[in-house]
Each structure stands twice: as structure tokens, then as C-alpha cells.
Ligand binder design. Sequence first.
Ligand SMILES: CC(C)(COP(=O)(O)OP(=O)(O)OC[C@H]1O[C@@H](n2cnc3c(N)ncnc32)[C@H](O)[C@@H]1OP(=O)(O)O)[C@@H](O)C(=O)NCCC(=O)NCCS
Length: 183
Amino acid sequence: MSPELDLQGLAGSAGHEPDGSRAVEPVELTVGELLLRPWHEDDAEAVWAAAQDPVMRQWHGVESRTLDGARARLARLADWSTGDHCSWAVEDAGVLVGSVSLHELDHDQAEGETGYWTVAAARGRGIAVRTADAVCRWGFSTLGLDRVQLFHAVENVASGRVAAKAGFTLEGRPAGRTATPTA
Ligand SMILES: CC(C)(COP(=O)(O)OP(=O)(O)OC[C@H]1O[C@@H](n2cnc3c(N)ncnc32)[C@H](O)[C@@H]1OP(=O)(O)O)[C@@H](O)C(=O)NCCC(=O)NCCS
């Protein structure tokens, strides 16, 4: 299956000059009862467990489906020194409930992308909407971003709903893009 992707973009209003430096200091953010914190390699088992969920298997990448893959992924996500991403684990009372990120950061163009997933047991609480909204606002105000894009498969209705509720507007379907997950 190669669903087309909708491209949804939200123009920011921060109006800050982009920071020319690339390194981004890891930060924690609080969103209501949720703690957004940088990833640790010892989150690997929880990420691996989350990745076994059928919805995750349909729409999330394949790397975290093995424990070694999850460890390798978290080693990259925990390292913000490249400056091209800010990746957070989402915790509720010390329990991992999801993931949210700003990635593909281009500081010169003042733009980036966002992405998210929520563990099956924590869905339907607005976690994805609230955390996506929070990190975009943080990106606008702190990183000086002017624009954050979000890509989702047309068939991924839940993700489209999250995007709309977080304030993204549909811009179109980029030609030639396919969804990354495989069956
Ligand atoms: C997409 C995903 C992050 C949503 O997580 P969530 O925490 O349940 O999202 P929220 O609670 O913030 O909002 C979900 C919204 O989508 C709606 N929704 C959830 N599942 C849905 C479905 N299968 N069909 C239609 N709408 C759906 C909910 O009703 C809610 O909207 P509402 O408040 O108007 O009722 C979650 O399903 C997930 O992790 N999916 C797998 C990974 C993924 O697809 N990531 C995005 C890749 S682009």
C-alpha cells in the first residue's frame, strides 16, 4: 500500500529572527499533566512495546519494532546536538504515553516538521493534539520558526484529525510522496 500524503502546513506568527546556530539545548516542557522530556536510551523497552500495536505498525516507522532498532533510534533522538530535531518523550506520572517532535529543522529557512504518536492505552485524551500544539508554539517562540509542516497519509484519519485540531491547514498533496511504514 502506498497511500498519498496530505501536506499540511501552519504558518507561524512569532516573527523572530531565526537563530543562526544549529545546536539546540535539550529542554523539558510541561503541558497540563504531561511532561515532555528528552529521550533516554533506557526508554527502548517502552518504545518497542508501543511499536507492537497494530495502529503503530500501520503508520509508524519499522525501526522500533525490534529492541535493537528502538535502542538505535533513541540514541539518535536523545542527541539534540545536530540541531536538526527536538524530540521528546511524553510522560504522564512517570509513564511513557507518547512521542512528539520537531524535525527536519532548517534554521536558515526558519521551518521544520512535527510528528507524534501515542501509546494505544493513552489515546483519545487529546495527548497528540496538545503536545503537537505545544511544541509548535515552543518552536515559533524559542527557535524562531516561521512555519511547521506536518505530513500524514490520507488514510490515517486519526492523524488528520489531530492535525486539524492542532490548527494545521491543508495545503495539498505532494506528488510522488509515499507513506513510510510497511506492512
Ligand atoms: C494519531 C494518534 C497520534 C492520535 O493519538 P490520540 O492521542 O488519540 O489523539 P488525540 O486524543 O489528541 O486526538 C484524536 C482525535 O482523532 C480522533 N480519532 C482517533 N482515532 C480516530 C479514527 N480511527 N478515525 C477518526 N478519528 C479518530 C479522535 O476522535 C480525536 O478527535 P476528537 O477529539 O474530535 O474526537 C494515534 O492514533 C497514533 O499514535 N497513531 C499511530 C501513529 C501515527 O499515526 N502517528 C502520526 C503519523 S502522521
